[in-house]
Design a protein around this ligand. Structure first.
Ligand code: CO
Length: 496
């Protein structure tokens, strides 16, 4: 990629090096999660922090900063150049405004906090974790002050993962979403008749067979195995190791074949996004998916709108019957559809269904916004957590392990991350609605013809990589700004 500005061209050359370094870092992380022997952690940490240090140095380099300043003051830049510059500025904020000392202190604190969180969870004792969390909140407040904000310190953290998204917007969306979701839940609870006819969990599903099913699904939806792989890791994820190398992972439960199927669809959705970015954007500020929320919309779309549809069940059932003749012989379409769409109120976010999931996120969003703004102290966090669980889901966790200590995000200092999961759900439903205006999505799914679906996503979303920010993208693709209506309508239609 070449620009009309010599300053921007310099920045783009440096950016190429940064992209290469980042992909090396991702490869080290991928290996850590998939193959690395237990005792190799120390040396791996040294390798990873060497890469991180080099990336930081590139961003903080004097010539880089100077060129960025010149480019920012340049007149007559093309629209593309302005977009490139906007993305470089966005990524540079953290490196340019947060003092090095604070970055190091935060990194040391989160390393300790991760250990403390693990111990606290094991001992079911919040006090073990709370001093570290207190420190992290204090440091993150300083980060927000160094970066700067107009209205709300929490905006700084939302903007990191979802460029341009604000606390005000999030508050509106969540209040609408939680109220209406609770009404829908009441209706579902009343006519819940999901008795398990077939006890499919008394059967054993070999890894080999589950892997075959996952590959069949991935191939069907358009995952390109010549430019990607699927391996095994305890926590499934997708990572981009550079142009033409997209890795996903899965995990296989001995007595449950559904989970690995849903993971294949979810991670497959992330991977299709990365595989679909126009090759000309590789190693530029337009490479890769634009935000966590839009990324999650692609995974949720394949997992939920596609994978939990009756049409998908019709498509996949014959194959499942062939692979698992014993357990599937008596399971009909109706039963499988009900099994993969069970709605159940529980304590644990990662086990939550499509409907209750967003309530788990709303709770975390409200609490972390208060922590950052100092209207909630860490010492009162467990009580606040339990109150909100009672309010939103009507249940109180029996212990902190299944309550405030369940997620690792806060130990990593990742504030502003949780809301992107819900954004993903909402974007997905809104994209689905727009897609249905153009093509018969569910009919195609039933026939196993997934390419027109992928082509639609590629044309409207994937190919653009990070050219358009989420707000622009959703408006261009669907004609409207993000709102919760399409998600709520989708859920209501499904469970009525
Ligand atoms: Co995901």
């Amino acid at each position: 990629m070449k620009s009309g500005s010599k300053h921007l061209n310099y920045l783009l050359r440096q950016y190429k090096d940064i992209s290469v370094l980042e992909s090396i870092g991702s490869l080290l992380d991928w290996d850590l999660n998939v193959y690395m022997p237990d005792k190799a952690g120390g040396y791996r940490a040294a390798q990873s922090s060497y890469i991180a240090k080099n990336i930081a140095e590139k961003w903080q380099d004097k010539s880089f900063r100077k060129s960025l300043e010149f480019a920012n003051n340049e007149d007559g830049l093309s629209v593309t150049d302005k977009y490139l510059l906007r993305n470089i500025n966005h990524s540079a904020i953290y490196y340019h405004r947060v003092p090095q000392k604070l970055i190091v202190e935060l990194s040391d604190t989160t390393t300790k906090a991760f250990m403390a969180w693990k111990e606290a969870r094991e001992k079911n004792n919040f006090e073990v974790f709370s001093p570290c969390l207190k420190k992290i909140v204090e440091l993150q407040k300083q980060v927000a002050e160094s970066i700067g904000y107009d209205e709300n310190a929490y905006d700084v953290f939302l903007d990191i993962y979802e460029p341009g998204f604000s606390t005000k917007e999030a508050t509106n969306i969540f209040s609408d979403l939680t109220n209406k979701t609770r009404q829908i839940l009441k209706k579902i609870a009343k006519n819940d008749d999901l008795n398990n006819k077939t006890n499919f969990q008394k059967y054993v599903y070999s890894k080999r067979k589950q892997k075959a099913v996952a590959k069949y699904i991935l191939q069907s939806i358009g995952f390109d195995f010549s430019k990607g792989r699927m391996d095994v890791s305890p926590h499934p994820f997708t990572t981009e190791l550079g142009d033409s190398d997209t890795r996903i992972t899965n995990r296989y439960q001995k007595n449950d074949f559904i989970e690995s199927m849903m993971i294949a669809l979810h991670e497959g959705g992330h991977a299709l996004y990365e595989q679909g970015v126009n090759a000309k954007h590789a190693m530029t500020p337009f490479g890769g998916g634009v935000s966590l929320g839009i990324h999650e919309s692609q995974s949720r779309f394949y997992e939920n709108q596609i994978g939990r549809s009756r049409s998908f069940v019709k498509f996949v059932l014959p194959y499942l019957r062939k692979i698992y003749p014993d357990s599937m012989v008596s399971m009909d379409e109706d039963e499988l559809a009900r099994k993969i769409n069970k709605v159940e109120t529980g304590f644990i976010r990662v086990e939550a269904d499509e409907v209750t999931y967003n309530l788990h996120i709303a709770l975390r969003f409200e609490l972390e916004e208060k922590l950052i703004n100092g209207t909630l102290g860490v010492e009162n966090l467990p009580d606040a957590w339990n109150e909100k669980m009672e309010k939103y889901l009507g249940i109180t966790p029996p212990d902190h392990k299944s309550g405030v200590l369940q997620d690792v995000h806060w130990a990593y200092g990742n504030f502003g991350y949780f809301p992107t999961y819900t954004l993903g759900n909402l974007y997905a439903a809104q994209f689905f609605h727009a897609m249905k205006r153009d093509i018969d999505v569910l009919e195609l799914v039933e026939e196993g013809r997934f390419m027109p679906i992928l082509n639609w996503l590629r044309e409207k979303i994937h190919q653009h990589g990070s050219v358009y920010w989420p707000n622009d993208l959703i408006k261009t693709v669907t004609g409207e700004s993000l709102n919760a209506d399409y998600f709520l309508k989708y859920v209501e239609d499904k469970y009525n």
